[in-house]
Ligand binder design. Structure first.
Ligand code: GLP
Length: 262
């Protein structure tokens, strides 16, 4: 029997659609109740149905509440590729514009990401972290899980307190994300700017979303292994307020999880 780390909760859903609806509801509650703290957002295929569901629930709100949510919205994304302009279809800025900023009619400056085209990516990482800190740091942080256990673009090996920085992407990650680049892993940028485990672990709460059978192995490792640099997501075990939302396909290899320890 697996046990969840202290402070973690598990929401087990039948499928990806149910995961998306649950996560969208959590994001909506967060924006309505904690609008003063920036929301941390993520990209990736896991998040596409999440943002689709979020747009739907926002449009179901009364007009006055929709307006309030729009006016107060401020989010910071985890990461961006180095060398891509916001207008490049493969950039995370374009992903966020397509799935969230345009559908919700949010201002460009309300959905922030590192600037992929900055001439000094290391300096841009510091500027981005400073901007986030000046806005109050992360409230709720939405997280996906990489096939190699990365969160954001914190690639293994990664120390627990790694700060926001520019880093080289692994071949696993470039392969995982090739679909957004015509299926060619070599077309995926070699570097990225990512918030570090330091900023992520300082968030008020974390929402880790894992779907699909391809993630079952890495999720099982995350729940079974001691925290270590080889599995960056394992540092999340030290966060006192994390909700894992996963579908049955992703939970497949975890066996029974004892919720009493959550
Ligand atoms: C990407 C992103 C992560 C994302 C993860 C999973 O590379 N940098 O923030 O959570 O990898 O992606 P997907 O949902 O497509 O599996």
């Amino acid at each position: 029997m697996n046990t969840l780390p202290k402070g973690w909760n598990l929401v087990a859903c039948a499928d990806g659609a149910a995961v998306a609806e649950h996560v969208a509801a959590c994001l909506l509650v967060d924006r309505l109740h904690w609008p003063d703290q920036p929301l941390g957002l993520a990209t990736g295929r896991t998040m596409e149905p999440v943002y689709g569901a979020l747009v739907k629930v926002v449009y179901a709100l009364p007009a006055a509440e929709q307006q309030r949510l729009r006016q107060q919205w401020l989010s910071f994304n985890l990461d961006e590729y180095v060398g891509l302009a916001p207008g490049d279809a493969g950039s995370f800025a374009a992903f966020m514009a397509r799935h969230l900023q345009q559908p919700l009619a949010l201002g460009m400056d309300q959905v922030r990401l590192p600037a992929g085209l900055a001439s000094d990516p290391g300096g841009e990482a510091q500027r981005y972290a400073t901007d986030l800190a000046r806005c109050g740091g992360l409230g709720l942080q939405l997280l996906g899980l990489g096939l190699n256990g990365h969160v954001g673009f914190n690639e293994p090996p990664c120390p627990a307190m790694a700060p926001c920085r520019c880093l080289e992407l692994s071949s696993t990650t470039r392969g995982q994300n090739a679909a957004a680049f015509g299926g060619d892993a070599r077309a995926v940028p070699e570097r990225a700017i990512t918030l570090g485990l330091a900023e992520i672990l300082a968030a008020r709460s974390l929402l880790l979303v894992v779907t699909g059978a391809a993630k079952a192995g890495i999720l099982a490792r995350l729940l079974a292994e001691e925290p270590s640099p080889e599995l960056p997501a394992s540092w999340l075990q030290g966060h006192p307020n994390l909700t894992l939302v996963a579908d049955q396909a992703a939970l497949g290899e975890c066996g029974a999880i004892d919720p009493c320890f959550s």
